[in-house]
Design a protein around this ligand. Structure first.
Ligand SMILES: C[S@@+](CC[C@H](N)C(=O)[O-])C[C@H]1O[C@@H](n2cnc3c(N)ncnc32)[C@H](O)[C@@H]1O
Length: 189
């Protein structure tokens, strides 16, 4: 979905862009309350960079890591369009190998972001390990945002077995989901 059918998922990523300014406004407000007005941000599984680019527009330097080359290519193009390419670096790689992919070259980070259900694809231990590695690459007092993310409390109230999303004029995405409340896992076809 993220690599072989990146052309399709990119349409979905693009639909999130208009919602990002509101998200970033909230993040900037929270950061400001911790005295963080600028600094380095690590965007875990950044997609085509909506959080990195919008945070760069607010003065942060951002490093976005994603496994999908086509998403990153689109992100680089968008960073130029938004005139922030000097503030945003996109790195291709697997966040489970964050230590090697990002290493000490770009850190230490003041802010770490995992936006829009960018965890939970693998085991719970894998998720913890990604955050452990992000912690190693961060300063003391770094703020971690896990945002717009599916979780069991939400799913126990709002789980939708099917949904339709208009991707563009002549394309609709149908999702058919199965939810196992014991494991908290969703399988989507
Ligand atoms: C739902 S999208 C969210 C993208 C972005 N965080 C956003 O808010 O627009 C999930 C992202 O996780 C990325 N991803 C999945 N597994 C990954 C991994 N092991 N390493 C890096 N990125 C991964 C996908 O390529 C995709 O861009």
């Amino acid at each position: 979905m993220f690599i072989q059918r990146a052309d399709l998922f990119l349409k979905l990523l693009n639909q999130r862009w208009p919602k990002t300014e509101e998200l970033v406004n909230g993040m900037v407000k929270v950061l400001s309350s911790f005295g963080i007005e600028q600094g380095k941000l690590l965007d875990l599984s950044c997609g085509n960079g909506r959080v990195s680019i919008n945070m760069a527009k607010r003065g942060f330097r951002a490093v976005g890591v994603d496994i999908s080359r086509p998403f990153l290519k689109d992100g680089r193009r968008k960073a130029e369009e938004h005139d922030v390419s000097r503030l945003v670096t996109f790195v291709e790689g697997d966040v489970r190998r964050l230590r090697n992919v990002v290493g000490s070259k770009y850190g230490p980070f003041d802010v770490v972001v995992s936006a829009w259900t960018s965890i939970g694809f693998y085991s719970e231990e894998d998720d913890f390990d990604v955050f452990r590695q992000a912690r190693e690459l961060s300063r003391a007092g770094t703020i971690l945002f896990v945002t717009e993310t599916m979780h069991t409390e939400y799913l126990s109230i709002k789980f939708a077995p099917t949904s339709y999303t208009d991707l563009d004029n002549n394309m609709v995405m149908l999702e058919d989901r199965k939810y196992d409340p014991t494991s908290g896992r969703i399988r989507t076809a």
